[in-house]
Design a protein around this ligand. Structure first.
Ligand code: PMP
Length: 456
């Protein structure tokens, strides 16, 4: 077996890590973290240290680690048929079965699923489908996509543009011109502290209306949003937000893309975030929870209304000019089928709802009165703690103090992994759905200790 120091050296010399401080890593100021195994909610590193992974990887290992049912389904598929493509009507039992299982779990008006590999490429597909749709309908000007500041939709060219976080734009010449951003439904960060939730929703709606009026509704094709903002800070929308946004979109004939990469398949305690908030999407993006990350697979679920147009349009145009080599990869599809079965058989969404509520309440009980905790929020198995310098005036810490990262670091030292969200002093949690109450208690107790160490 290779020595740890040898691996770390190769790592520094050869491996271009995503979302990593390149210079600090190259200089060895940030250490390699080499993970060797995992079970349930725990991962183990090469030094033999165990960590409670309260972020389920990147909120994706929803059924927990070490599920032999999924591993065996993958192995069986690899032995029988590791690969065949899905072009010109080809498929496998796994990919066809999975498409049916997905539609059975989606709102009734959804019609077909296109398979990709990850959330970014699925959203790339969505934008192309929206453009294709409007071209078929003879509306070549109706192409712009509205996203929200703090939305996260991937880090490709168009998807990095949709993402409303500066880090993903800076020095990449993004966002592209076809993408516009509107306000995030982030009530805690409202400008006017006296504003009620209802007034704040009305303001979000008014600024969307203004943007549409300024650009012209006939130039705007779609609005994309996560039911709950994820990477932008784990922010559930205020009551009534999606109902009001949906009305505006319907009025201007703007399609809704619900990015369910995090919320899809149970993270909020219901099958889809769109059901949870009564959204009526034209496209839904799914990824992470589709396979619980046992293999890469994503999907774009297209509504009946869009499908009809696409279907009629290909009559004129011939074969649709869109496809990946690995669309509906059999190994991903086999993992997806086994994963969705497991969610049902083990009642994991129900456990998620109950334990998620327990975790959120325990976090509020432990830290709700802390003078530097401004907000504790969550939904289902998502929870976030936001730190502030001054609680009453809601004055934030200076970003250079990196308070969120410091607390996440202290927490990691104690054996619990949370995530310092990329923008703001926000510590996020998104554990696997199999989290027990004892594990939730450990997350909360160690978070309270870590907050105490950094902020007193
Ligand atoms: N959409 C959302 C809501 C996401 O959270 C993510 C990933 N965190 C993506 C899209 C992009 O997915 P991927 O990283 O698989 O490309």
């Amino acid at each position: 077996m290779l020595r740890n120091d040898q691996l770390a050296e190769w790592d520094r010399e050869n491996f271009f890590h995503p979302s990593t401080h390149l210079a600090q890593f190259a200089r060895g100021e940030q250490q390699s973290r080499i993970i060797t195994g995992a079970q349930g909610c725990h991962i183990e590193d090469r030094n033999g240290k165990k960590h409670l992974d309260a972020f389920a990887g990147l909120y994706c290992v929803n059924v927990g680690y070490g599920r032999t049912e999924i591993a065996e389904a993958i192995a069986k598929q690899a032995h029988e048929l590791a690969y065949y493509h899905a072009y010109v009507g080809h498929g496998t039992e796994a990919s066809i079965t999975l498409s049916k299982m997905i539609l059975d779990r989606s709102p009734a008006h959804m019609s077909k699923v296109y398979f990709g590999l990850g959330g970014s490429d699925a959203n790339e597909t969505n934008v192309k489908l929206v453009w294709y749709y409007n071209n078929i309908l003879g509306r070549p000007e109706k192409k712009k996509i509205i996203s929200r500041w703090r939305g996260y939709h991937g880090s490709g060219l168009v998807t990095g543009s949709l993402t409303g976080l500066e880090l993903f734009h800076k020095k990449f010449d993004l966002p592209l011109a076809q993408v516009l951003h509107t306000d995030a439904p982030y009530y805690f960060r409202r400008d006017d502290l006296d504003q009620s939730e209802e007034q704040f929703v009305a303001q979000c709606v008014a600024s969307l209306e203004e943007l549409i009026a300024r650009e012209g509704a006939d130039t705007i094709a779609a609005f994309i949003g996560e039911p709950v903002l994820g990477t932008g800070g784990i922010v559930p929308p205020p009551a009534g937000y999606w109902t009001e946004i949906q009305k505006v979109l319907d009025k201007h004939d703007i399609l809704l893309i619900a990015d369910e990469v995090v919320t899809g398949f149970g993270r909020l305690g219901s099958m889809m975030g769109s059901d949870y908030y009564g959204m009526k999407p034209d496209i839904m993006t799914i990824a992470k929870g589709l396979t619980s990350a046992y293999a890469p697979l994503s999907g774009s679920i297209v509504s009946e209304r869009m499908w009809k147009v696409l279907e009629d349009g290909t009559d004129e145009n011939g074969v649709i000019g869109h496809g990946w080599t690995y669309s509906a990869h059999p190994i991903g599809a086999a993992a997806g089928v086994a994963n969705l079965k497991l969610l049902d058989e083990l009642n994991l969404i129900e456990n998620n709802r109950e334990t998620g509520a327990y975790l959120n309440k325990a976090m509020r009980d432990a830290l709700g009165d802390h003078p530097h905790v401004g907000d504790i929020r969550g939904e289902g198995m998502l929870c976030a703690v936001e730190f502030v310098r001054d609680r009453d005036g809601r004055i934030l810490f200076d970003a250079s103090e990196k308070i969120g990262a410091q607390v996440a670091g202290a927490l990691a030292d104690s054996g619990v992994i949370g995530r310092a969200m990329p923008q703001g002093d926000i510590l996020g949690f998104a554990p696997p759905f199999c989290l027990t109450r004892e594990e939730a208690d450990e997350v909360v107790a160690k978070t309270a200790d870590a907050v105490g160490k950094i902020l007193g």
